[in-house]
Design a protein around this ligand. Sequence first.
Ligand code: CAA
Length: 246
Amino acid sequence: MEKRIALVTGGCGDIGTAICQEFCRRGAIVVAADRLDKDKALLWQSQQKKLGFEIELAFMNVTQYESCANMAKDVETRVGPVDILVNAAGTICDVTFAKMTQQQWNQVVHTDLDSMFNVTRQFINGMIARGYGRIINISSVNAKKGQFGQTNYASAKSGVYGFTKSLALEVARKGVTVNAISPGYVDSRMVNTIPAPIRKKIIESIPIGRLAKPEEIAWAIAFLASEKSGFLTGSNLSDNGGIHMG
Ligand code: CAA
């Protein structure tokens, strides 16, 4: 990944941070794109610097196309053309379908699925023109297996995989690979919002017997993003501790 420019949406989140750090270790020039307010983002950036990771910041709201277009222009001017894109920004709003409001549906679908278009569309033509690109989209084990309380999230994350396969076909001869990864339950703020008794049952059901560490997911993403993975495209890598095999 030496000197490749990598942009990670949701880059200041728990999994996003681990991805940025892993990419830095591998010599990439890393941009964390997030919707955090500037002060929080600058604090995060200085914490990363103390840990030895030099990470650029960019700001956008992945649910808004214009905001993503402005972010992409800013990054290309300040940092350069993006070679590696990780679509990691995501959200949940768990509620049974019988109680779900339109707002709860839209919030998740706009953030987790529309973002694929809003962000990727900004970078795809540059990657095609330069004949090189690595795109990694974060899906979820719950897109594969379904999850009580997640009709919105499982729909959006299944959409991520359909998007991944179709785009992979379109750019396969252009030097651009497009893959998804479906993490299971990760030790993150998102998973820690699950009520404790339900979370306990989920952890008990994971064959490996624990949550994933964000660094473990980042490691698998770095594998998909590496230059040597040029024959790997349209895949959906399960990284879930054995909770769902298939
Ligand atoms: N399967 C079947 N039945 C279930 C169930 C399950 N998994 N969970 C709950 N039920 C049953 C309950 O036993 C209860 O039955 P009774 O009415 O007979 O008592 C009924 O369904 C209602 O359950 P709740 O009281 O839990 O309903 P609620 O409205 O209070 O809560 C919920 C619903 C918010 C969805 C809650 O169940 C929940 O938080 N579940 C966890 C969802 C989850 O796994 N989210 C993952 C978040 S992290 C993530 O998404 C990252 C990733 O990619 C993996």
